[in-house]
Design a protein around this ligand. Structure first.
Ligand code: T5A
Length: 200
């Protein structure tokens, strides 16, 4: 099974992913957690290039780097783990590309969708939790930590990204569960578990 967590930076997805990983591990399930971009040595190197604010990347270069990191991770880590019966939990997957590079950067949506399909080899998450929070809540949660290259894109960029995620959740409501994540982490987690009941 393949479960992904999505949302704007600071929405709380890493917190929820860790809670679910702990819960599943305690119930005796085999679980793997990964993040995108990253998740193994090669893809983590691409992550560093993508987030380094001294790199002035064009939107297309950015798109292709995310996809290169993803393609390697899918082939070497995600697909083998799913075949072994492991529940894979990923902090972001291709919905982030559609939201950030498609809706946010304004790249041609057909190009983005095609690149996603090539990089994933048509692998889709079984279920995706989109944690919806306003920009102010995400900014407050992120605190004063130094911003990376993508976080420096500004509020109007992140508004487009958020609207993009909301649009995707509407278009693919059978897969993407939109959750109001402004509430306490425990409450959000209870909603996540309720959606997984009977599916694990
Ligand atoms: N990106 C990524 C693209 O542009 N295209 C792509 O295709 C992909 C895959 C990677 C960057 O790359 C971009 C998106 C990103 O800009 P990332 O590693 O996912 O970024 O980094 P962030 O999204 O910035 O992740 P963070 O770990 O910083 O934020 P999270 O995971 O949203 O939030 P989390 O759980 O770490 O929580 C942040 C803080 O809030 C607290 C936590 O304790 C923590 O301090 N918190 C709460 N506080 C109050 N109430 C709650 N309910 C809370 N939940 C968490």
């Amino acid at each position: 099974m393949f479960i992904t967590f999505e949302g704007i930076d600071g929405c709380g997805k890493t917190t929820q992913l860790k809670k679910l990983a702990d819960y599943l591990t305690k119930t005796g399930k085999k679980v793997m957690t990964i993040r995108e971009p990253g998740g193994n040595k090669f893809s983590e190197s691409i992550r560093e290039l993508l987030l380094d604010k001294s790199n002035n990347l064009s939107p297309v270069t950015e798109l292709l780097l995310f996809e290169a990191a993803r393609s390697h991770l899918v082939e070497t880590v995600i697909k083998p783990a799913i075949s072994d019966g492991v529940i894979v939990l990923s902090d972001r997957f291709y919905d982030s590309t559609t939201a950030y590079q498609g809706f946010g950067r304004g790249l041609d949506m057909d190009d983005v969708i095609q690149c996603n399909a090539i990089a994933t080899g048509a692998l889709k998450p079984d279920i995706t939790f989109y944690l919806d929070v306003p920009l102010e809540v995400a900014a407050q949660r992120s605190g004063n930590r130094e911003k990376d290259r993508i976080e420096l894109a500004g509020n109007s960029f992140f508004e487009r990204v958020r609207l993009g995620f909301r649009e995707l959740a509407k278009m693919e409501s059978h897969r993407i569960i939109q959750i109001d994540a402004t509430q306490a982490a425990e409450e959000t987690f209870a909603i996540i578990l309720s959606h997984l009941e009977g599916r694990l």
